[in-house]
Design a protein. Structure first.
Length: 81
Protein backbone atom coordinates (compact mmCIF):
# COMPACT_ATOMS: atom_id res chain seq x y z
CA UNK A 1 0.00 0.00 0.00
CA UNK A 2 2.81 2.44 0.84
CA UNK A 3 4.24 2.65 -2.67
CA UNK A 4 0.84 3.08 -4.31
CA UNK A 5 -0.12 5.61 -1.65
CA UNK A 6 3.08 7.56 -2.29
CA UNK A 7 2.28 7.86 -5.98
CA UNK A 8 -0.92 9.71 -5.14
CA UNK A 9 0.86 12.78 -3.74
CA UNK A 10 2.47 13.88 -7.02
CA UNK A 11 -0.95 13.42 -8.62
CA UNK A 12 -2.56 15.55 -5.90
CA UNK A 13 0.09 18.22 -6.42
CA UNK A 14 -0.67 18.28 -10.14
CA UNK A 15 -4.40 18.67 -9.44
CA UNK A 16 -3.80 21.51 -6.96
CA UNK A 17 -1.54 23.24 -9.46
CA UNK A 18 -4.22 22.89 -12.12
CA UNK A 19 -6.80 24.42 -9.77
CA UNK A 20 -4.44 27.32 -9.04
CA UNK A 21 -3.81 27.84 -12.75
CA UNK A 22 -7.57 28.14 -13.27
CA UNK A 23 -8.04 30.42 -10.26
CA UNK A 24 -4.86 32.05 -8.90
CA UNK A 25 -6.85 33.42 -5.94
CA UNK A 26 -8.04 30.02 -4.69
CA UNK A 27 -6.53 30.08 -1.20
CA UNK A 28 -7.73 26.61 -0.24
CA UNK A 29 -5.89 25.09 -3.22
CA UNK A 30 -2.65 26.73 -2.06
CA UNK A 31 -3.21 25.33 1.43
CA UNK A 32 -3.87 21.86 0.04
CA UNK A 33 -0.79 22.09 -2.14
CA UNK A 34 1.24 23.07 0.90
CA UNK A 35 -0.06 20.08 2.85
CA UNK A 36 0.77 17.74 -0.02
CA UNK A 37 4.35 19.05 -0.12
CA UNK A 38 4.67 18.47 3.63
CA UNK A 39 3.77 14.79 3.29
CA UNK A 40 5.67 14.21 0.03
CA UNK A 41 9.12 13.41 1.52
CA UNK A 42 7.67 10.62 3.66
CA UNK A 43 5.92 8.82 0.79
CA UNK A 44 7.75 9.77 -2.39
CA UNK A 45 11.34 10.12 -1.22
CA UNK A 46 11.84 13.72 -2.34
CA UNK A 47 14.24 16.12 -0.65
CA UNK A 48 12.70 17.25 2.63
CA UNK A 49 14.19 20.77 2.63
CA UNK A 50 12.99 21.46 -0.90
CA UNK A 51 9.51 20.13 -0.16
CA UNK A 52 9.19 22.11 3.09
CA UNK A 53 10.38 25.27 1.36
CA UNK A 54 7.66 24.82 -1.26
CA UNK A 55 5.11 24.04 1.45
CA UNK A 56 5.97 27.21 3.36
CA UNK A 57 5.75 29.36 0.22
CA UNK A 58 2.33 27.95 -0.71
CA UNK A 59 0.98 28.26 2.84
CA UNK A 60 2.06 31.90 3.01
CA UNK A 61 0.39 32.55 -0.35
CA UNK A 62 -2.83 31.01 0.97
CA UNK A 63 -2.66 33.23 4.04
CA UNK A 64 -2.12 36.34 1.92
CA UNK A 65 -5.25 35.43 0.00
CA UNK A 66 -7.30 34.46 3.07
CA UNK A 67 -5.76 35.30 6.46
CA UNK A 68 -8.54 33.40 8.27
CA UNK A 69 -8.14 30.09 6.43
CA UNK A 70 -7.51 27.45 9.09
CA UNK A 71 -6.01 24.98 6.60
CA UNK A 72 -3.37 27.52 5.63
CA UNK A 73 -2.41 28.16 9.25
CA UNK A 74 -2.15 24.42 9.86
CA UNK A 75 -0.02 23.89 6.76
CA UNK A 76 2.32 26.75 7.70
CA UNK A 77 2.70 25.36 11.21
CA UNK A 78 3.64 21.95 9.84
CA UNK A 79 6.07 23.45 7.34
CA UNK A 80 7.79 25.42 10.08
CA UNK A 81 7.92 22.46 12.47
Amino acid sequence: MGEAFGRQYPKAIAFYEEAIARDPNYALAYAGLSSAYIILPFWAGVDRLDAYSKAKTRALKALRLDPNLAEAHLALGKALL
